[in-house]
Design a protein around this ligand. Structure first.
Ligand code: XMP
Length: 327
């Protein structure tokens, strides 16, 4: 199955057994392509790049170098999980770069959403390229391209894909072992490779990360409020059995303060907005009907545990008219 295109008659992978057959085929294909050369991978911790990393570790071990760039806009616990799973458990050759200060300094005072996205995207490429130049003798770049990415780029919907943007001196041959798979198949393959459920079944998370959930100019304290409130929301949805049932949920902390009362004194602090939506294709979305007792519990926890927050709101807006994210 070395083909560049998904064969028309390919059976959809739905079982562990089918996933294992795919994995075994790919291990051979990867070894054949890479031989004894070195491969580089930008490992975000998202489903696709994690599955590619796990496949390559199995196929070529330490000929793979994974670079995990923490742009400071990841969810609570994410960089730690990448280090735990790939460095500690899978013994991968993992370079971890904490570039938080670089990103946040570049983003300071920037309010326009598209400019924020561009800064994050460009800085990511710059940090990754710097790390790539430190390594010697790398011939291949591995990528988590999946079949819908290829179809969308053919239709002109979105450019294909992560490789675009690397500077001239860093041109590698590509290794794309999941490029004929649909997302649900990538998840089954990831599970068969032993990746944790929290990684394999996680919700969509935008590349610019929590940056788009901190509307306007990002400040470190407001970003921390987004990260902490998001962690509480995820923990409570998990406890309530809503994990995996609601398509996407997160918090947003807009750049305004309102009056409240804390410890008998006037407070002037931020509001956390909760967003929880269901969709099949993210083109349109409906709002989840969160049980009132859960909502009250979330308000209680967020207003007491998240620094600088005195109010919690719920976004009842479907898509359209709202998009799922705020920026
Ligand atoms: P919107 O806000 O456009 O989001 O309704 C639709 C879905 O796409 C996700 N999203 C992104 N994913 N990079 C990504 O990988 C991005 O820049 C990005 N922006 C939005 C969003 O989380 C939602 O699931």
């Amino acid at each position: 199955m070395a083909s560049d295109r998904r064969p028309d008659n390919m059976v959809r992978i739905t079982t562990t057994q089918q996933a294992e057959a795919f994995i075994n085929e790919q291990l051979e294909v990867i070894k054949e392509q890479v031989k004894d050369k070195k491969v580089l991978l930008a490992l975000s911790g998202g489903v696709d790049s994690s599955v590619v990393a796990a496949l390559l570790i199995k196929a070529i071990g330490n000929q793979l170098t994974c670079v995990h760039v923490n742009h400071g806009l990841l969810r609570k616990g994410e960089p730690e999980q990448v280090i735990e799973v790939f460095r500690n458990q899978m013994k991968a050759n993992l370079v971890y770069v904490d570039a938080t200060d670089r990103f946040l300094d570049k983003l300071a005072g920037v309010t326009d959403p598209e400019t924020k996205r561009k800064i994050i995207g460009n800085e990511f490429i710059e940090v990754f390229a710097e790390e790539a130049r430190k390594l010697e003798g790398v011939s291949f770049l591995a990528q988590g391209t999946i079949w819908p990415d290829i179809l969308e780029s053919e239709k002109g919907i979105k450019a294909h894909h992560n490789a675009g943007g690397l500077p001239e001196d860093l041109q590698f041959e590509l290794v794309e072992p999941v490029k004929i798979l649909f997302k649900d198949e990538v998840r089954i393959v990831g599970k068969a490779l032993g990746l944790p459920d929290g990684m394999v079944f996680r919700q969509p998370f935008p590349g610019p990360g929590l940056g788009v959930r901190c509307p306007g100019a990002i400040t470190r304290d407001r970003l921390e409020a987004v990260r902490e409130s998001d962690a509480i929301l995820r923990e409570e949805f998990h406890k309530y059995g809503l994990e995996g049932k609601v398509w996407q949920y997160f918090t947003v902390v807009p750049d305004f303060k309102s009056t409240g009362i804390k410890d008998g004194k006037r407070s002037f602090e931020w509001s956390v907005i909760i967003r929880a939506v269901n969709t099949t294709d993210a083109m349109s979305a409906s709002v989840e009907n969160i049980p009132f007792d859960l909502m009250q519990h979330l308000v209680e926890r967020i207003t007491h545990e998240v620094k600088g927050v005195n109010r919690v709101l719920y976004d009842f807006t479907p898509k359209p008219t709202g998009t799922i994210e705020f920026e």
